[in-house]
Design a protein around this ligand. Sequence first.
Ligand code: SAM
Length: 316
Amino acid sequence: MLRSCVKDTDHRKRRASFIKMKICELLKSGYSKISLVRGAAFLDCEVVLSYLLGVSKEYLLAHGDEVISEEDALLFDSYMDRIVLGEPVSYITCHKEFYGNDFFVDKRVLVPRPETEMIVEMVISFLEGVVKYADDGRKLKLVDVGTGSGCIAISIAKHFRDYLDDPLDEVFAVDVSEDALDVCRINVEQHGLENKIQPLQSDLLEFLEDDEVCDIIVANLPYIGEVENRFVEKNVEKFEPNVALFGGDDGLELYKKMFQQIKEKNVKFRLMIGEFGFAQGEKMRELLSKYFEQDEWGIYKDLAGIERMFVVKKKY
Ligand SMILES: C[S@@+](CC[C@H](N)C(=O)[O-])C[C@H]1O[C@@H](n2cnc3c(N)ncnc32)[C@H](O)[C@@H]1O
């Protein structure tokens, strides 16, 4: 009883302080609340308020004196509380931009990271330059393993959609998590790619038949180590799905398992690209030389000069 009285009083005080607040005042109050925990605090405030009001960031700046409804002001304040607790802004707004496209995201999927755009760029330049079609002239099959929101598969498929000679025939967006696949389906539909991309539940490449051709394999699998290489921010672990983060003792267990599947099933691919964590370059080299010693492979650095990607090229 006493507890709810205290709560009510607090709530009344809070309401009183938000009555007739202007956009600029609300942004300022949000900034002062989250600036201690967020580097880009003002931008976050703008992103959250423009999402809440359904207007652009430019609108907010041009209409700083506009008065906001009490309900919106209280909601904005509750979003600021969630940011203070460490929740990603993208889970509040349910949006994340990746490779120039807008994706729906929520706590069922990892928030797409900008460094992963490099996978998309590399596949696109490969398909635009080296390989237009498979050797026998058919269009190509692409598999995105650990698709999450579907950001990689969708960005690649969308890039080629309007080409007269789209090199892609079918695209499989694979994940072990049904929750993640539900989010992926939302994005596939949002981008109008239902005829091109098939979301599919599978433990890595388990769904493939022996000797199946799978021209392009892309993967951003969980790679945080549970024993070694346990480099993970507290809030990432707290808010993002653990199935999207951890990759066994050294972080590379899922890659190892996928390489083993490729070998055992004799999967025929032309290009495979994957992302791994910083400080895992040496271990990845060992794996690649063990599983793909006959093939052309390399390790690539991200824009910060850190080894983050592997590429394997193969003849069928
Ligand atoms: C690091 S997230 C990457 C998500 C998305 N591709 C991206 O780049 O933002 C890894 C994804 O792999 C999925 N995953 C984990 N274990 C898997 C497995 N054994 N087979 C297939 N997918 C798996 C997770 O559910 C998660 O969606």
